[in-house]
Design a protein around this ligand. Structure first.
Ligand code: NAD
Ligand code: DAU
Length: 342
């Protein structure tokens, strides 16, 4: 696998994957196909060697461009998406266009040229789980986490569009013999995450002198994984995964939002209770939790970033050291949230 296309490679997780490939796979050339929406940023690829990484600015739904690029590639790793739940509740249309039509366009190009496809998806396609405290035995038994056998039950326009894209991939494997795999990962954290998302929003609120904002009672649980562990898992699935299979990626990182926010405040030397409760997200999923046994036993993957506080401290440091990366956008992001009472 010498020439890969990484769609969405100028976004948060995609750019971290490109950095990972450049560092660990010296033989591989990466073509990033990215539309540079509000969430894409050239700066995320700054400093990478030009002979290893090429950025093509374009839309994954542009079939002519996609066909031209796919014809020369060995594999496509598909990260590009509209990715923010709150945005999908305001205007679902770009989610349908990019996540469904864009994925369809890539699938057709890979079918035409016989190219390997890896689809990066989310645990949100499975809907949500009850909080542990509401489960018998506090949910320590089997079956209280998502597996690749969990039924699809998405809650938001974002997660429904990702669920739809997963099903397109499955159909292209079954009906057309496409050489594809799917991964569904839990919540990522780390450098280059857009400041609309929970962890960077709160870090940059504190750095800007704003009070952090917690939706509802903050009991909602997310299963946090460092983006570097996600990248390692995707590379493993791309190169060793079984065609047609779905792998769930997660690092046993369950925490509720209140705990995460209090951790951020403490690590930044603030009073851990110094934040505002704001309007809850409509349809807000209660809890996500991943059972990654299949990935661990079949492919031997293990997360390396298992100390959340340490990973969080590095992430805080990154946003502190890279204020030029986010400062120009901060006021506009907060103004958009304020319109919503959040
Ligand atoms: P992001 O919003 O930070 O980045 C998305 C990237 O896709 C941006 O660079 C954007 O410019 C690009 N893009 C959007 N529409 C495009 C189009 N039509 N054509 C070409 N490029 C386009 O998103 P992220 O958080 O890095 O997520 C990347 C992928 O990983 C998504 O598919 C998402 O569903 C999935 N995922 C994210 C998480 C998470 O915690 N963030 C967890 C699991 C899965
Ligand atoms: O589970 C994987 C998903 O994780 C990905 O598919 C999505 O692309 C990614 O955005 C993320 O979705 P979430 O909706 O879980 O992430 P977000 O950062 O928006 O919110 C995380 C939690 O924090 C969620 O319960 C809502 C809450 N929240 C969010 C914001 C922005 C707050 O309490 N306050 C906030 O200001």
């Amino acid at each position: 696998m010498k020439n890969i296309i990484v769609t969405g490679g100028a976004g948060f997780i995609g750019s971290n994957f490109v950095h990972y490939v450049v560092k660990h796979q010296p033989e591989v050339h990466v073509t990033v196909l990215d539309k540079l929406t509000y969430a894409g940023n050239r700066a995320n690829l700054a400093g990478l060697p030009e002979d290893r990484v090429e950025l093509v600015v374009g839309d994954i739904a542009d079939s002519q461009l996609v066909n031209q690029l796919v014809a020369k590639a060995d594999a496509v790793v598909h990260y590009a998406a509209e990715s923010h739940n709150d945005n999908s509740l305001k205007d679902p249309s770009p989610f349908i266009q990019t996540n469904l039509v864009g994925t369809y366009t890539l699938l057709e190009a890979c079918r035409l040229h016989g190219v390997r496809f890896h689809h990066v998806s989310t645990d949100e396609v499975y809907g949500d789980l009850p909080l542990r405290e509401d489960l018998p035995g506090h949910g320590e038994g089997v079956g209280e986490k998502f597996t690749d056998q969990s039924p699809y039950n998405p809650s938001s326009p974002y997660s429904a569009s990702k669920a739809g894209s997963d099903l397109l991939v499955r159909a292209w494997v079954r009906s057309f013999g496409l050489q594809a795999t799917i991964s569904n990962c839990s919540n990522n954290y780390g450098p280059y995450q857009h400041i609309e998302k929970f962890i960077p929003r709160q870090i940059t609120n504190i750095l800007s002198g704003n009070r952090p904002k917690l939706y509802g009672d903050g009991k909602n649980v997310r299963d946090w994984i460092h983006t570097e562990d996600h990248s390692a898992a995707v590379w493993l699935i791309l190169t060793k995964g079984h065609i047609g299979e779905t792998y769930l990626i997660g690092a046993n990182g369950e925490k509720n939002n209140k705990e995460v926010l209090e951790d951020i405040l403490t690590l930044m030397g603030q009073d851990p209770h110094d934040y505002d409760h704001v309007k809850d997200r409509p349809g807000h999923d209660l809890r996500y939790a991943i059972d990654a046994t299949k990935l661990e036993t079949e492919l031997g993957w293990r997360p390396q970033f298992t100390n959340f506080e340490e990973g969080l401290a590095h992430t805080i440091q990154w946003y502190t050291d890279n204020q030029a990366w986010w400062q120009a956008e901060k006021a506009a992001v907060e103004a958009k949230y304020a319109e919503n009472g959040q």
